[in-house]
Design a binder for this molecule. Structure first.
Ligand SMILES: NC(=O)c1ccc[n+]([C@@H]2O[C@H](COP(=O)([O-])OP(=O)(O)OC[C@H]3O[C@@H](n4cnc5c(N)ncnc54)[C@H](OP(=O)(O)O)[C@@H]3O)[C@@H](O)[C@H]2O)c1
Length: 325
C-alpha cells in the first residue's frame, strides 16, 4: 500500500496550492534514458511519492510529464493537483526576458498548465545559449537579481508557478534577492546531508520563512567517482545498525528532523519504497550529537559549472561561489 507522507505548507505560496510532500523524488540522471525515468516515476507513484523534482537541464521534464499522464490514465493519480512538481530555470535563461519563455517551454515539456514550484537553478547567469551543464568562464555575466526575480514574480502572478524560489543560494545571494523581492522566495534548494549540514544557511532561512529542500541527501551520485562520505560514514552506519534502518534512511530521517525536505533520487522500486519509510521512527538525542560531530565536506561548487581554461571577464568569482561555512 502507498505510504502517507507528511506535508509542508510553503510560505508565500498560492493559498490554493498543494502543500509540498515532505520527501521528493529527484530525477537527475545522466545520460538521460526517458523510458527509465518514466518507469521510475510510475514506480515512485505506486509506493507513495507525490513530489517530483526536475529541471530543464536534466532533460527529464518530458518523461516525468508522460509518467504523470499515464498515472492519471491508470488511476494512480486522481488528478494533476495530487502531484507536486518542481522545475528550474537554467543559467543561460537567467535574464529578465528569458524567464517566462523558459517556464513556458518547461510546461510544454511537462504537458502541464502550471508547476507547483519554479526555482532559479543557480545564482549564476551566463550568456543566452544552449542548455548544457558546463559554461565557458568568459560567458558568465553579472546576475540581474532584480530583473530575473521580477520575471519570476510575474510567472507566479500568471499562475504558471504556484510558488517561486531559488536553489544554490547562499545567505549573500539571498540578501541581494530579498532587497528587491516583492514576493520572497518560498524555497531554497541546496546540497544538504549529514556531511554538509548548512547550519548558517538554515538558520538564515528559518528567520526569513524560506523553506529549505535538500538535494544530494545521500551524498549524490558520485559523477566524478569520489568516495560517498554519506553512504560510507561509519557514524551513520553505527546509528543505522542500532535503529535497524539503512544508512540512507538515517540520513533522510536526520534531514527531515531538521525541518528540511529531502529530494532523493532512486530509480529502483525497493529503494524508492525504503526512502519513504522514515516517518514512523525517530533518531535519539545521542544520534543527533554524533551526527553533529561528522566532519563537513561539500560536493558541489560553482567552479564545477565552468569548463577549465578561460577567464572570468565580467564577474568576480566570489559573487557566485555557493560554499559558505
Ligand atoms: N538544485 C541543484 O543544483 C541540484 C543538484 C543536484 C541534485 N539535485 C536534485 O536532487 C536530486 C537528488 O540528488 P542526487 O541525485 O544528487 O543524489 P542522492 O539522492 O543523494 O543520491 C542518489 C544515489 O543514491 C542511490 N540511492 C537512492 N536511494 C538509495 C537507498 N535507499 N539506498 C542506497 N542507495 C540509494 C541512487 O541509486 P539508484 O537510483 O540506483 O537507487 C543514486 O545513485 C537529484 O536527482 C535532482 O533532482 C538538484
Amino acid at each position: 500500500m502507498a505510504r502517507a507522507v507528511p506535508e509542508v505548507a510553503l510560505q508565500h505560496g498560492d493559498e490554493r496550492a498543494r502543500p509540498m510532500p515532505a520527501v521528493g523524488m529527484g530525477t537527475a540522471e545522466f545520460p538521460v534514458v526517458p523510458e527509465r525515468t518514466r518507469g521510475a516515476v510510475l514506480a515512485a507513484l505506486e509506493v507513495g511519492f507525490r513530489h517530483f523534482d526536475t529541471a530543464v537541464l536534466y532533460g527529464t521534464e518530458a518523461a516525468l510529464g508522460d509518467a504523470l499522464v499515464e498515472a492519471a490514465r491508470r488511476g494512480l493519480l486522481a488528478s494533476r493537483e495530487e502531484a507536486f512538481v518542481t522545475s528550474k530555470l537554467w543559467c543561460t535563461q537567467c535574464h529578465a526576458d528569458l524567464v517566462l519563455p523558459s517556464l513556458r517551454e518547461s510546461l510544454r515539456n511537462l504537458q502541464m498548465e502550471y508547476v507547483d514550484l519554479y526555482l532559479i537553478h543557480w545564482p549564476i547567469s551566463v550568456k543566452p545559449g544552449p542548455i548544457v551543464l558546463q559554461a565557458k568562464k568568459e560567458d558568465a555575466v553579472p546576475f540581474d537579481f532584480e530583473g530575473v526575480w521580477r520575471a519570476m514574480e510575474e510567472c507566479h502572478r500568471l499562475g504558471l508557478a504556484k510558488a517561486i524560489g531559488v536553489s544554490n543560494f547562499t545567505t549573500k545571494h539571498l540578501d541581494n534577492l530579498l532587497a528587491v523581492a516583492t514576493i520572497p522566495p518560498a524555497v531554497n534548494q541546496v546540497e544538504m546531508n549529514p556531511v554538509w549540514q548548512q547550519k548558517t544557511l538554515r538558520e538564515y532561512c528559518a528567520k526569513k520563512g524560506i523553506h529549505v529542500t535538500a538535494y544530494s541527501p545521500l551524498g549524490g551520485q558520485n559523477w566524478r567517482g569520489d568516495n560517498n562520505n554519506v553512504m560510507e560514514s561509519p557514524v551513520l552506519a553505527e546509528i543505522a545498525r542500532a535503529r535497524g534502518k539503512s544508512v540512507a534512511q538515517v540520513s533522510l530521517r536526520w534531514i527531515y528532523e531538521q525541518g528540511v525536505t529531502p529530494i532523493v533520487k532512486s530509480y529502483n522500486k525497493e529503494r524508492l519504497k525504503q526512502n519513504l519509510e522514515i516517518f514512523d521512527w525517530e533518531l535519539t538525542e545521542d544520534d543527533h550529537r554524533k551526527i553533529n560531530q561528522i566532519p563537513q565536506k561539500k560536493i558541489v561548487t560553482a567552479a564545477l559549472l565552468f569548463s577549465p581554461g578561460g577567464e572570468f571577464t565580467s564577474i568576480d568569482f566570489s559573487d557566485i561561489e555557493i560554499v559558505e561555512e
